[in-house]
Design a protein around this ligand. Structure first.
Ligand SMILES: Cc1cc2nc3c(=O)[nH]c(=O)nc-3n(C[C@H](O)[C@H](O)[C@H](O)COP(=O)(O)OP(=O)(O)OC[C@H]3O[C@@H](n4cnc5c(N)ncnc54)[C@H](O)[C@@H]3O)c2cc1C
Length: 367
């Protein structure tokens, strides 16, 4: 990474890059009085942190914008962390130097990376279709507000929990909606959850295309295995996480897909003075989802404090079973836990309680 000749600001003990779900937990704990000593700054381009668990409810009209996002400056101030409103453009892992989009370069004694990941996009030829990635959330929500003023047929790529929740939230707001999955719907969850979800999607009029890996967008046509499978002008990308390019080019050891390879302590396996967590990281038995990211928060908070003071680090032990509660677009939810599945309005109320509690804990308005 070239620093463009600019001076590097190097008096940070710790730099936090990205305000993902893990760093939110770190800020919350430090705001409650557990902050380690030293100069600490957080780099994040947005003044708000969006909570993905409430996004489907926002799109379905059940929540207001302010209920789904956490204002970052007050949380940083309470945690004694400087907020630097910029995005990371590049990282040189060997020197722990971050180049920001503002042109500044910052070096930290320790770094912690939690910038999330982006949906994978198919190859696009021609300009007949607008592709809208679900992340970053602020851009997605702003564009969706424009689309919904003039509803048109819509396609969603991605048959995981996010794609299903989005389809159920949006189906009744557009003339037609098609959902495309590369394999089966909700692969990785018990088959009974797929059956339940298919029933809800059918009731909402969603056309589900399983085993239909869309690889190309040609003008206004989606192509899978070289065949046209959908025609339209609006496509939402809710495909699984793909790594941010600047992490791959940083010199950090990455897995075959390009996610930062980390040890149980959440440290990079190649550069132990760098921590990485949440969707940008690759750790055994730890799928990319918000539940793991939230649970990594307390371990990371403790380990960053220990690293700064030269104490031993703790290990993150992923739970074998994680709870998934998928919003059904009508106020209810579908549950998957271990091999169990269930659904209903009561589960929707429970999900709402959990989500609002998360927001309240981080200082957002959630009522
Ligand atoms: C619609 C939808 C619903 C979902 N629902 C659930 C759910 O109910 N349960 C669940 O477990 N998971 C859910 N997920 C998955 C969940 O969103 C992710 O797994 C989780 O957000 C990962 O968190 P993270 O900590 O890695 O980073 P994120 O929460 O993605 O946050 C990344 C942060 O980094 C910032 N950032 C990005 N790039 C840069 C940069 N270059 N420089 C500085 N900052 C940067 C972003 O602005 C953002 O603040 C859902 C996903 C979607 C799309």
């Amino acid at each position: 990474m070239a620093d463009g000749g600019n001076a590097v600001q190097a008096d940070f003990d710790l730099l936090l890059a990205g305000a993902g779900h893990v760093h939110l937990g770190v800020l919350r704990l430090w705001a409650s009085g557990q902050r380690p000593r030293g100069r600490i700054a957080l780099i994040c381009p947005e003044p708000h942190v969006w909570y993905s668990g409430m996004l489907p409810g926002l799109l379905a009209g059940r929540y207001r914008v302010e209920q789904c996002r956490i204002p970052l400056p007050p949380l940083c101030a309470a945690a004694g962390v400087e907020w630097l409103p910029a995005a990371v453009a590049a990282l040189a892992a060997d020197t722990r130097t971050l180049r920001l989009t503002s042109g500044e370069s910052l070096q930290g004694r320790w770094l912690s990376l939690n910038p999330g990941a982006l949906p994978r996009a198919p190859e696009q030829q021609g300009a007949g279709m607008e592709l809208l990635p679900v992340k970053p959330f602020p851009g997605f929500i702003a564009r969706w507000q424009v689309w919904r003023q003039q509803p048109e047929p819509l396609a969603i790529l991605g048959g995981g929990a996010a794609g299903v929740e989005l389809a159920l939230a949006l189906a009744r707001q557009v003339p037609s909606l098609s959902l495309f999955c590369a394999t089966t719907l909700l692969a990785g969850h018990p088959p009974a959850l797929r059956t339940r979800a298919l029933r809800h999607l059918q009731a909402a009029g969603v056309r589900v295309h399983e085993h239909c890996p869309v690889e190309r967008v040609c003008g206004a046509t989606l192509l899978a295995a070289g065949r046209p499978v959908w025609q339209g002008h609006r496509l939402i990308l809710a495909t699984g996480a793909s790594p941010l390019p600047w992490l791959r080019e940083s010199g950090l050891a990455c897995d075959a897909r390009g996610f930062v390879a980390i040890a149980a302590t959440l440290q990079s396996v190649s550069h132990p003075q760098l921590f990485a967590s949440g969707d940008c990281a690759s750790l055994a038995d730890t799928p990319h989802n918000g539940v793991h990211a939230v649970r990594q928060g307390p371990v990371l908070a403790r380990n960053l404090a220990a690293a700064l003071s030269g104490e031993p680090l703790a290990a993150y032990r992923p739970q074998r079973r994680t709870l998934a509660l998928l919003a059904d677009g009508q106020g209810g939810a579908l549950l998957s836990w271990g091999g169990l599945t269930a659904e209903g309005a009561l589960l929707g109320r429970w999900k709402d309680f959990i989500d609002r509690r998360f927001m309240r804990r981080h200082g957002a308005i959630a009522d």
